[in-house]
Design a protein around this ligand. Structure first.
Ligand SMILES: C[S@@+](CC[C@H](N)C(=O)[O-])C[C@H]1O[C@@H](n2cnc3c(N)ncnc32)[C@H](O)[C@@H]1O
Length: 457
């Protein structure tokens, strides 16, 4: 079968002899392959690569030695221009097929200047079980009982790929991860076994910033002060960190977002800057993970919003107020809403740190906070910016937006399908003036897209 193009979620697409569409992973457009059909779905098939007969001339050499095993950068073997073409088409197709909306101006995708070392945050997992690669399984003495630190093998919850070098985050991310792994072993600390729910070392989060700051957060399974401090002191001594934090996670799952994070050394935050706006980022705060492209994204928001300095702006799903603070100087006031209370506290701090006095932030679900009374209190928006999570906006929020009838809506989305669905619902009162996709995550299928909607006459 000839692979003809890229498809959603990092897969590629081909056709059987009878013309049925097949989705398959680990191939590139132009490859000729044998595929084992695993599942029949409505209108398409899902297959697994069995054998590559000939490689596409378009393929490029993946830069990472973990490519193909680690699920992080599935498209490293596809030229970046081809990745961008696919992402551009994904947004366009979603608007046509799901949104069924006419777009007055579809602006071409904005690619990233840096396709490696672009992330400011990575989280690694400790495990006492290493994922073995296919060729290792034939080795007689091999055992997966090894202490490792890295990423999950896709769809495997209890084995970790031991990452030697990751091309996603700049220095000192790799250096810290490798040092921590060796130091923990030297100190005799046990690595976590998720099946047995035992072991000391669980997770390692590293945040870096374009200002040269670094934050390290550990998740330990047990609360043992001496052991913990031996490791933390060694890390603090070895690297110039801005903040060193930890949490104790005794739960059965790795998520530590509901737990208290304690500061061991430093202020407990790092700083980032977009344009002339500075941001304080706490361990658990949401912050756009590609700093350089975040500025490009926000500049498109500013351009689409076309503010004159007099507008009342709403910023829905404001996170730590990143967009709100970025646009504050261009308008009369910004009203931000976000459900995570800690993020709203950070949003207030971010505004204060930048001397911004025309923002106000509310914590809560947008569908509960954004009411008629809220709009009466703050005045109806002249521009409404919305940046929801992947699920898009709740239908009650859409209804409220139709009621508020803000002259302009700027919709930032990380999921073209839900953005298209929401634009369709909003098309009752709005026309789509402009759309521009932005690539925040090279070598992955993820794509961000900004749409400008204007109230119909
Ligand atoms: C894609 S992020 C955007 C954050 C911010 N605009 C930025 O650029 O950094 C979406 C945000 O929506 C928040 N969120 C998710 N569901 C929500 C809801 N129902 N109501 C309010 N906020 C919500 C998340 O906590 C997250 O901070």
């Amino acid at each position: 079968m000839l692979i003809t193009g890229t498809a959603d979620k990092g897969k590629c697409i081909g056709k059987t002899e009878s013309g049925q569409v097949v989705f398959v992973e680990g191939v590139a457009p132009g490859d000729v392959v044998d595929v084992l059909i695993l599942r029949k779905r409505k209108g398409f098939l899902e297959g697994r690569l069995q054998n590559i007969k000939s490689l596409s001339k378009e393929r490029v050499e993946p830069v990472c030695k973990h490519f193909g095993v680690c699920g992080g950068c599935k498209w490293q073997h596809i030229p970046y221009e081809a990745q961008l073409r696919h992402k551009n088409d994904t947004v366009k197709n979603a608007l046509q097929r799901i949104g069924k909306v006419d777009v007055e101006a579809f602006e071409p995708i904005l690619g990233a200047a840096e396709t490696e070392y672009y992330r400011n945050k990575l989280e690694f997992t400790f495990s006492c079980k290493r994922w073995l690669e296919a060729d290792e399984l034939n080795e007689e003495e091999i055992s997966n009982r090894q202490d490792v630190l890295g990423f999950h093998r896709p769809r495997v919850f209890d084995k970790i790929i031991d990452i030697d070098h990751c091309h996603l985050q700049p220095a000192p991310s790799n250096e810290i991860r490798l040092f921590v792994k060796e130091k923990a072993k030297e100190l005799g600390l046990s690595f976590f076994d998720i099946r047995e729910n035992q072991g000391y070392m669980r997770n390692l989060l590293i945040r870096t910033s374009s200002l040269g700051e670094t934050m390290v957060v550990f998740s330990f399974h047990e609360d043992e002060k001496d052991t913990r401090e031996q490791l933390l002191d060694a890390v603090w001594e070895k690297f110039e960190l801005t903040s060193l934090c930890y949490t104790i996670n005794t739960k059965k799952n790795d998520s530590w977002y509901g737990l208290d994070v304690l500061v061991y050394k430093g202020e407990g935050v790092i700083h980032e800057q977009l344009g002339d706006v500075k941001y304080k980022i706490s361990p658990k705060s949401f912050f756009q993970t590609n700093t350089r492209q975040a500025k490009e994204l926000y500049d498109i928001v500013v351009e689409f919003a076309g503010m004159t300095g007099h507008e009342n702006v709403y910023d829905l799903y404001t996170g730590t107020g990143s967009i709100a603070c970025y646009v504050a100087k261009s308008c009369k006031q910004v009203v931000g809403i976000e459900e995570v209370e800690a993020a709203i506290v950070d949003a207030g701090k971010n505004a204060a740190m930048n001397g911004i006095e025309n923002t106000v932030f509310y914590a809560g679900d947008v569908k509960d906070i954004l009411t008629d009374q809220f709009a009466e209190k703050h005045g109806k928006p002249d521009i409404l910016i919305t940046d929801p999570p992947r699920a898009g906006m709740h239908k009650d929020v859409i209804e409220m937006l139709l009621k508020l009838a803000s002259p302009k809506v700027v919709y930032v989305s990380c999921n073209p399908a839900t953005q298209a669905r929401d634009l369709n619902l909003l098309s009752e009162k709005y026309e789509v003036k402009k759309v521009r996709p932005v690539d925040m995550f090279p070598h992955t299928h993820h794509i961000e897209s900004v749409a400008l909607l204007q109230l119909k006459d």
